[in-house]
Design a protein. Structure first.
Length: 474
């Protein structure tokens, strides 16, 4: 007997591009303004001068000091930054919030620097001599006690791109009118199940590629929303975060991130999670997801995705096929929705006595969805009652439990094998009954499929694909 998929690959993203992009977009999400000119200052006498790193900017971003001045950069923001010289003469390494980097500039010269995680963050130190000597570009001497151990810096990017545009130009995150659709599904990216949690108040942002160095890159998008579930509860069973094309095209999956297991014993929800979001169905979109504990007890979900640029020779003939359009059923009494494709026909849609019944047929099997207030919202009691009712038919014999399972989020399911006596023959059948909690302690959704045993494997796959389009009421 094949195992029905649950009703329901963590890896680290090592690219500096993705890390920098994530921190930039998180800063925008948290209300940090885009990088901007933060003023300049001139110091008359050598001494100690402080530069604050805050709101994704160096303050001041331009500083003129005499030779012999010691400068202390302090990260007063909530995000990790670096102080990296554009000519690879010094590099602070990662500066966590509240960390400092100290450097003494002994010789005159002009030193352009940036944040290696956020290339838009730029600063300049002009070191002058009181007697007006010509400027040099000798390497400043960092204070040994304040310099973190780090590998040699990689060659930093140029301050201008190929078409002359400064990489410090301000680029706002443009909001989109219709954000992507995202859900937390039960199950994994490979074996996903029903939609258990939707994102409330979703907001989407998009950055288009520009000329110069990044002209060949695809667009970058950010999706922000909150799931009504504590972050730590997402470790109780398999869950995954999915991004769909939009509400009208739920059948098109763009990317997915598996939540996985709790990272370590000393992890807390305040630490949050960073998950790789892998491409789905050759969509070209991938990136990562950031999950953090929200103030209201839910989970704040930030999704950062980039679309791979089109490869030379790509055309419509080689593009990934677009899934066919579908239709959405919404329960009038309970509010859950079901997205189904053209392979399914509606044979019944009835609301009666506080119960909603919706039946689909694909030419081989019927799948019945019955939403009802009762059973104290207990999925196990619901499944037991439906099985008892469906097998009370005197034509049913040799009833045998083949499988049972479920989870807190997705309820309970059972599979029974049995024989069914027709007037001219007896055939082996397999009965699937699953009950999903709709409102805790109040209502459930029963899903029933009864098919010939020889068709059970194929029809289980068809039912699973159907259940992926099921979204529980918010």
């Amino acid at each position: 007997m094949p195992h029905p998929r649950p009703w329901s690959r963590r890896s680290r993203w090592s690219s500096r591009f993705w890390l920098g992009l994530s921190l930039l977009l998180v800063g925008a999400l948290l209300g940090a303004p885009p990088p901007s000119v933060s003023g300049s200052a001139t110091v008359a006498e050598p001494g100690v001068v402080e530069i604050d790193i805050v709101d994704f900017a160096f303050e001041p971003d331009t500083l003129t000091v005499p030779a012999g001045t010691t400068i202390v950069w302090t990260n007063k923001g909530d995000t990790t930054h670096t102080v990296t010289d554009a000519d690879a003469r010094f590099d602070s390494g990662p500066l966590e919030p509240n960390a400092s980097f100290t450097l003494t500039f002994a010789d005159p010269g002009t030193f352009d620097y940036f944040c290696d995680f956020h290339e838009e963050m730029r600063g300049t130190i002009v070191v002058s001599e009181a007697d007006g000597e010509a400027e040099t570009s000798e390497t400043p001497k960092p204070d040994a006690a304040e310099t973190p151990e780090s590998d040699a810096a990689e060659s930093p990017p140029s301050s201008t791109d190929d078409n002359g545009a400064s990489s410090a130009d301000v680029r706002d995150l443009a909001p989109v009118d219709t954000p992507r659709l995202s859900h937390i599904h039960a199950g994994t990216c490979d074996e996903l199940g029903i939609v258990v949690y939707s994102l409330t108040d979703p907001r989407g942002y998009r950055v288009e590629p520009t000329g110069g160095r990044r002209a060949s890159q695809g667009p970058v998008e950010m999706l922000v929303g909150t799931a009504d579930v504590p972050l730590e509860e997402l470790f109780n069973e398999p869950f995954s975060v999915h991004v769909h094309q939009d509400r009208d095209n739920k059948q098109i999956y763009l990317a997915c991130a598996d939540v996985g297991v709790q990272p370590s014993a000393d992890w807390t929800p305040a630490d949050g999670l960073a998950l790789e979001a892998v491409e789905q169905a050759d969509s070209g979109w991938s990136g990562f997801a950031s999950l953090r504990q929200a103030a209201d007890g839910g989970t704040l979900v930030n999704l950062f995705l980039a679309q791979a640029p089109a490869k030379e020779g790509d055309d419509e003939a080689t593009a990934a096929p677009t899934p066919p359009p579908g239709t959405t059923y919404t329960s009038p009494s309970f509010g859950h929705t079901l997205f189904y494709g053209p392979t399914w026909d509606v044979t019944e849609e009835v609301t009666r006595g506080g119960s909603d019944r919706f039946v689909l047929y694909n030419g081989t099997s019927f799948v019945t969805f019955t939403a009802v207030a009762g059973y104290d919202g207990d999925p196990v009691r619901c499944a037991e009652d439906f099985v008892a009712t469906l097998t009370a038919d005197p034509s049913v014999s040799n009833l045998e439990l083949a499988e049972e399972g479920g989870s807190d989020a997705t309820g309970a399911f059972v599979v029974f094998d049995h024989d069914y006596a027709f007037p001219d023959r007896t055939e082996a059948y397999s009965l699937f009954v699953g009950c999903i909690p709709l409102v805790a302690g109040e209502s459930v959704l029963a899903v029933v499929q009864n098919v010939p045993a020889s068709d059970f494997a194929a029809e289980s796959d068809a039912r699973d694909r159907l259940l992926r389009g099921l979204t529980l009421p918010e």
